[in-house]
Design a protein around this ligand. Structure first.
Ligand code: F6P
Length: 358
């Protein structure tokens, strides 16, 4: 490894020596925290809450940069004293901004058994006894794999804009992603109206229509295409004819990138083949939805979950994800969170059915 990593190793062993008294009393624990997979607005608030809660209980936090890949490279956040300790002062200065100040990644090396064994060895060597993983299904699959080789405690916090994890009615970043999509659609509507056009706006959600469904409802879209319901292009075109006959000069169709008929590029072709009466354009919002200042809801929920993760770990819990149900904290075994994708509630699907065509 690089000199930087050697420095980290030395600094950690020094810390361990100076704090051995605390460790002996069993009062002190070193907790690693990292963000992994697609970044999500609010991840920073979650990291800050972890540091605040852990420090408040006398524990120390190591910020692992770039998710599992950073762990494998021993790429830790180094404070101004040259120590691999994430201070509250540094974490809190980022808590209100989007992105992930610890950075994020997807690691091919960690997917292998060798990578997982190496990660376990690194964690043991650095005397990290607990890990708080902020991410989505891939992150939690990795955490479960790691438990085969590592005895420490692992607690997950759901951080993904897709809102598709079982075990929580909300994932960190979803609120901001919907807000961003709604802002964009409001602007697109202006130009759609000026030019008598129909716009197909594609939002993220590789396997999930959550962002599309909530954006469509919030913007009063005329149609939505999501993987949870069958997208019928004939029916959409018929509805567009009706709307045009009623004098509507522009329309909006929200498309989930994971719709079974394809994204906006595929759907526009199908609508053209069905002789859709409007002149059509597509807009793909893409990664725009992963950035931006987190909404108050994302910050509040992220803070609630980060704190709950620390407390769950101190209560001896491991291999679980923190979630919320009716605003109450709930814990779900990690394998259950990614066993399948979370379904959109029937009440939301019924509202869509009443408000627009799909
Ligand atoms: O964060 C989840 C997600 O936004 C999906 O909706 C999307 O398909 C995917 O990440 C794309 O991520 P990347 O380009 O980083 O692989």
């Amino acid at each position: 490894m690089s000199n930087g990593s050697d420095r980290v190793t030395v600094a950690l062993s020094e810390l361990a020596a100076t704090e051995s008294g605390n460790r002996g009393r069993g009062a002190y624990m070193r907790i690693g925290v990292f963000c992994s997979g697609g970044d999500a607005p609010g991840m920073n608030s979650c990291v800050t809450a972890v540091v605040r809660a852990a420090n408040g209980l006398g524990h120390q936090v190591v910020g692992i940069k770039r998710g599992y890949q950073g762990l494998l490279e021993e790429d830790f956040f180094i404070n101004s004293q040259g120590q691999p300790v994430l201070t509250l002062r540094r974490a809190s200065s980022w808590s209100h901004v989007g992105g992930a100040f610890l950075r994020s990644s997807r690691s091919d090396e960690f997917r292998t058994a060798e990578g997982q064994q190496k990660a376990a060895e690194i964690l043991n060597r650095h005397q990290i006894e607990g890990l708080i993983a902020i991410g989505g299904d891939g992150t939690f699959q990795g955490a479960v794999a790691l438990t085969q080789y590592w005895d420490g405690k692992i607690v997950g916090c759901p951080g993904t804009i897709d809102n598709d994890l079982l075990g929580t009615d909300y994932t960190i970043g979803f609120s901001t992603a919907v807000q961003t999509a709604v802002d964009a659609v409001d602007k697109i509507r202006d130009t759609a109206s000026s030019h008598d056009r129909m716009f197909l706006v594609e939002v993220m959600g590789r396997h999930s229509g959550y962002i599309a469904a909530y954006t469509a409802i919030a913007t009063g879209a005329d149609a939505v295409a999501i993987p949870e319901t069958e997208t019928r292009s004939k029916r959409i075109v018929q509805q567009m004819r009706n709307l045009q006959e009623q004098g509507k000069n522009s329309t909006i169709l929200i498309v989930a990138e994971g719709d079974e008929r394809g994204g906006a590029a595929e759907l526009i072709e199908q609508l053209e083949n069905e002789n859709c009466p409007y002149s059509m354009r597509t807009v793909v919002l893409g990664h725009l939805q992963r950035g931006g200042t987190p909404t108050p809801e994302d910050r509040r929920r992220a803070t609630q979950m980060g704190s709950a993760a620390v407390h769950a770990m101190m209560d001896g819990k491991s291999g679980v994800m923190i979630g919320t149900r009716d605003d109450q904290i709930v814990l779900t075994p990690l394998p259950e969170t990614f066993a399948r994708h979370r379904q959109i509630p029937p009440s939301v699907l019924e509202l869509i059915e009443e408000m627009m065509v799909s």
